[in-house]
Structure formats: structure tokens, C-alpha cells
Write a protein that binds this ligand. Sequence first.
Ligand code: ADP
Ligand code: X15
Length: 394
Amino acid sequence: MNKKSIKDIDVSGKRVFCRVDFNVPMENGNVTDDTRIRAAIPTIQYLSERGAKVILASHLGRPKGKVVEELRLTPVAKRLSELLNKNVAKSNEAYGDIAKAEVEKLDNGEVLLLENVRFYPGEEKNDPELAKAFAELADVYVNDAFGAAHRAHASTEGIAKHLPAVSGLLMEKELDVLGKALSNPERPFTAIIGGAKVKDKIGVIENLLEKVDTLIIGGGLAYTFVKAQGHEIGKSLLEEDKIELAQSFMDKAKEKGVKFLTPVDAIVGDDFSPNANTREVAIDAIPSDWEAMDIGPKTRALYADAIKNSKLVIWNGPMGVFEFDIFAGGTKAVAEALAESKDTYSVIGGGDSAAAVEKFNLADKMSHISTGGGASLEFMEGKELPGVTALNDK
Ligand SMILES: Nc1ncnc2c1ncn2[C@@H]1O[C@H](COP(=O)(O)OP(=O)(O)O)[C@@H](O)[C@H]1O
Ligand SMILES: O=C(OP(=O)(O)O)[C@H](O)COP(=O)(O)O
């Protein structure tokens, strides 16, 4: 990476404003999945062990510039303190006199968590005044919030204009893994794209078609491709205005010699529910009043085979409605193929695919699970991430 990281600077005795992504799921005031907190630990420990005064900042949820009591970061500070096995101070503000007083109290190596930065309207507007106010708390800015790197907000972008600005270890690792995969991939290189909407994945498919050897399409968006192939798809998801685009992707793949795999069979349901009646059908035999909600067994075998013959696989988006057990089999089969394929480097692009891999208890079998859903998607589209661009060059 051509951006400076915390390894390139001296942090000893410095006040370090470290933006992390602690946007974690919570229920009844408790953190229900601490993956993102654990992912930031190496950076926090690195800074603390070198005598920095560590000032952590994060958003939680979308409070839209107002204080929302349930979105305070207090439970996150508690969980972080357990994981670090040391005290984590918590400020009820993210800038101004109250926050400054908390920072003053820090000794070298101690850790403070500021309040949810999205309680202030200036955060998402990237207000220069708020960015300056954040910067007044510190001597150095570290961005370790890969999951929020696609946002140009005061704590992810604006603040970098006022302080020496470097990446944290998680940010560096995410950019390294995804960057290497896209710029210098081991081959055969396969991308698996699923999820619900073609329109959300157009940029990704376009960009990946230039890079991969095989492109696998699953999930709800597959049926727009199946329709483009001339088959009836019943009540399956269809984006009518994207049929031509889907066809053009398949044409382009052919031109470029990219293998383009779409479902050859499906599990259809008579209702979008966990208790629907289901049937297994060939892709040219989807009944008119049924909906395809998962890939079928032949498709699973075809996709598993492609995965096992790949050196590198990037996966974004589930193969079916995996939230319902009856339609989770296709997503599980893909996760299992990745887990079993020891010679394949597997990169899971955050979001629902990461949740699915967790659900199937296969997370530890994947080579890299990104902490960013939207961020990794934008990265795979080839877009610039403002939170990264803002950092100092090496
Ligand atoms: N065949 C399908 N029909 C309808 N919805 C589907 C189908 N396959 C997957 N989905 C839904 O797609 C959603 C995920 O889509 P998306 O948000 O695009 O993925 P990601 O978060 O991985 O980027 C899941 O909630 C899943 O239930
Ligand atoms: O959870 C996040 O997004 P993600 O689910 O796409 O990874 C990030 O913390 C960004 O949050 P946002 O989409 O409210 O800006």
C-alpha cells in the first residue's frame, strides 16, 4: 500500500485519534457480535504498547445527527475492556470540553472511547468545523475503520486534513488482501457474486469481468440472467430493465474467454417464507407461480467444482435466501467448498456472505473475511475509498 501506516511513525507519548468501525449488532444493550471489535485489537494494542494515549472514535447505527440513547457506545467500551483485559475509559461526548477533559486524564498506553460520532450532524456532512474539533483532541490521526472507509465523513476524511494521518493495521491488511487479489491475482481466479439486486452489483461485475477467469452468479440476481437466457422464471426476482445489461455481461464474458456460470437448477418455493413448500427444478422448468429461492444440487456441484479448481476466490452475496433454513443449502454448499479447498485462498467480502459463513461455523476456515460490506463492494468496483485517499502517502 502506498499510504503510511502506524508502523511508519513514532506514537510514543502522543495523543492518537484512532477511527475504528465499532458499528456492531446490539440487542438489549449488549454486543451480540464482537467481530469488528476483535478485528481492531491489534492496532489498539500496538498503539498502547508503544505508549500512545489511544483515543478511539466510532459510529454506531444511523442516529442521523441526534443523541439516541440506545446507540451510545458504553456497551462497546465494556466489551472492548474485556477483550483488552484493561480499563477502557468512556467519554459521553466526542469533542469539546468534556472529551478534552477525558483525554487530559490519559496516561501513556491508556485507552479512551469517545461517544458515537454520528450523534453530531456535522459527522456525515463532513463539516470542516467538526473535523477540526476532533483534531483538537489529538496529535496524530489513525484510520483503522475499513468498514467505513467508503464514507467521506468528518471522522473518516475531514480530520485527516488537520493531523498527520496514517492507516491502522486492520485497514492495512484489508487493503493489502483485497488490493493484491484484484491487481495481481493468483490464477485461476474466480469471483462469486450473489445477493438480491443486479443494480447493486453492476459495477462489481463490470470490474471483475476484466480480471477473473471464472465468474459465478447466484442469489436473487441470477434470475435476471436466467431470463436473459430465454427461460421463464415464474415469480423469481427480476429486474426487467437490466435484462439487456445481463445479456451484455454474458456476451462480454464470452468475448474475453471468461467462464460465466449461472444456475442450471433451482429450489423453488410457493411462498417467501421459512415454511414454504419447496421443489427442486431444472432452470428451464420453473413453474409460473413459484419463486426460485436457492440454487439446486446440480448448480451446487458445478460451483463447488469451479471453486476447488481455483487458487483464489472472492465471494460477495449469498446464493439464496439463506436466512430461511430451507433455502440456505446453496450458500452453505459454497461455504463448504471454500472451507474444504485447502489450496484456495478465499476472500469473503463482508456483509451477508460474512454473516452466512459465521452462521455455518466456517469462519475460521476462510482465508480472509472482510470487516466491510459496502466498503469491500466499492473497493471491488474499483472505486476510490475517501477514508483511504485522505491518508498521507508513503
Ligand atoms: N433467490 C433469491 N430470492 C430472493 N432473495 C434472495 C435470493 N437469494 C438471496 N436473496 C437475498 O439477498 C439478500 C442479500 O443481498 P445483498 O444485500 O445484495 O447481499 P450482500 O449483503 O452480501 O451484499 C439476502 O437477504 C438474501 O435473502
Ligand atoms: O456496517 C457498515 O456497513 P456494511 O454493513 O456495509 O459493512 C459500516 O459500519 C458503515 O455503516 P453505514 O453504512 O451506516 O455508513
